[in-house]
Design a protein around this ligand. Structure first.
Ligand SMILES: [Zn+2]
Length: 473
């Protein structure tokens, strides 16, 4: 009706008949009570629809407008839903989901050196990575995460798993100077990383291969320089752990005479697309470097709290112009992949740290998990908001479960009330990966069964090791 406001009834009928013939057929129509676009205008549509075709958002508008102009081969139209861009998890080690809760309540370096590195060396083979990544992808699809940045071993296996389950990911080949599950040191891991990039670059538009130099306490200056040079030659980005704990600055000062980020800057490490995870202890000068070099920073509040790493100065970095996204880090230090929790904690931590209730308001926290996260990982031309022309990564979230009632403000509700159990449907690149709570691209029963079996093996090995320790003591 809106399109023919001045037509007389007879003409209007003709126009409507013509219009229904002319309605464009698209792959999917999504309808929701509220559509949170996260586009630059901040538009929040009520009773609206999204038209998706060939993996792309082709249009969005009022329900009437979409109904008049499009027919869908598939329609997602269940009641009481909020549609928003899929969440972006900017830092993870997906396969470590198989170590969920294996060692809690420890400081970062005790946790890493005494538990995670040894357990990885014992268990993390190709099959472990396939199963752990699948378990993580299931949880992310279930919880409304559509894109993640991963850093782990056997990156081909990670990428193959992502390819199968339909998610979008930046997959980093880990570069580390110690014997690891897939290499004997930095040189081999970099060589393998190059081969991985060559195999996956331009292979699948959902998968972006990158390099993942672990940190500057696990690589030498030369190895870090070589990694950056190689990444630039290959035309790919880098993901790296930066300034996660006070130790990293102390180590960096002792070894290189500079704090962590200043050391990276001194070797031109930020001379190319870089995603830094954590950044809990930057100096004022280092914050200025991150802004000037356009470095993406991924804040992992849950992991930083659990490993007692500290509180990252997110508000200060945002004010200085640094691009911030959110991440979960691994399940082993979290102990889940719930991006709703990260949004909530990010907002609350900044208020507690600055004694300012307006620090990191809900809308900003939601932006960090969507459009700002997309900028931080260099994909904001494709994802992060619901705008015509962007790839169709869309999630539908319920807001009328009893534990969610009542709702006065959509954005506040998403950040302070919603968790991953409230996500109903997940669409990535125009494909429905979860529909009304059913994950369609991963066999739920098989993954659950295999994960329990693997955990039994891990448990038995840990118990028998502990027994051996007791006997020898
Ligand atoms: Zn990490």
């Amino acid at each position: 009706m809106k399109r023919f406001p001045s037509l007389k009834p007879a003409l209007l009928l003709t126009a409507l008949a013509f219009q229904s013939v002319a309605a464009e057929q698209v792959d999917i129509l999504v309808y929701a009570d509220h559509v949170v676009t996260m586009d630059p205008s901040g538009a929040l549509l009520t009773d609206a629809g999204i038209a998706i075709d060939d993996g792309i958002i082709v249009d969005l508008g009022s329900r009437k407008f979409i109904e008049s102009n499009y027919t869908g081969r598939d329609v997602l139209d269940d009641k009481s839903r909020i549609a928003l861009p899929g969440l972006i998890n900017g830092h993870s080690h997906a396969a470590l989901s198989l170590f969920r809760g294996i060692a809690d309540d420890l400081a970062l370096f005790d946790w890493l050196n005494d538990y995670i590195f040894p357990a990885e060396n014992q268990f993390a083979d190709r099959e472990f990575v396939r199963l752990g990544t699948e378990l993580a992808c299931w949880e992310m699809i279930r919880g409304g995460t559509t894109t993640f940045v991963d850093m782990y071993y056997f990156p081909d296996t990670v990428a193959e798993t992502v390819e199968r389950c339909g998610m979008r990911a930046l997959v980093a080949a880990t570069i580390i100077d110690k014997e690891s599950p897939d290499s004997d040191g930095a040189e081999q891991s970099l060589r393998q990383g190059v081969e991985f990039i060559k195999r996956w670059k331009n292979r699948n538009p959902r998968i972006t291969p990158i390099l993942g130099p672990h940190a500057n306490f696990t690589l030498s200056e030369k190895q870090l320089r070589d990694t950056r040079t190689t990444a630039n030659q290959l035309g790919v980005g880098i993901s790296v752990h930066v300034s996660e704990s006070k130790f990293m600055n102390e180590y960096s000062i002792e070894k290189f005479g500079k704090t962590n980020i200043a050391m990276f800057e001194s070797i031109d490490f930020f001379d190319g697309p870089t995603i830094t995870a954590h950044v809990v202890w930057p100096t004022d000068e280092e914050i200025e470097i991150l802004a000037r070099r356009n470095v993406g920073v991924i804040h992992n509040p849950n992991s930083n709290m659990k490993l007692a790493a500290g509180i990252a100065p997110i508000t200060k970095m945002i004010e200085a112009g640094v691009t911030i996204g959110l991440g979960t880090d691994s399940t082993a230090s979290n102990n889940d992949l719930d991006m709703w929790e990260e949004m909530n904690l990010a907002a609350l931590l900044q208020k507690a740290a600055t004694l300012d209730p307006q620090a990191l308001p809900a809308k900003k926290a939601l932006a960090l998990a969507t459009i700002e996260g997309a900028k931080a990982i260099g994909l904001d031309d494709k994802i992060g908001s619901l705008s015509p022309g962007k790839r169709a990564d869309v999630i539908l979230v319920s807001y009328d479960n009893v534990h969610q009632l009542p709702m006065y403000d959509v954005i506040s509700h998403l950040v302070y009330v919603t968790d991953q159990q409230d996500v109903r449907s997940t669409i990535v690149d125009g494909k429905v990966l979860m529909r009304n709570l059913e994950v369609l691209t991963i066999d739920t029963d098989r993954v659950a069964h295999e994960s329990k079996l693997k955990a039994e093996q891990i448990r038995e090995s840990i118990i028998s090791k502990a027994r051996n320790r007791e006997v020898t003591q």
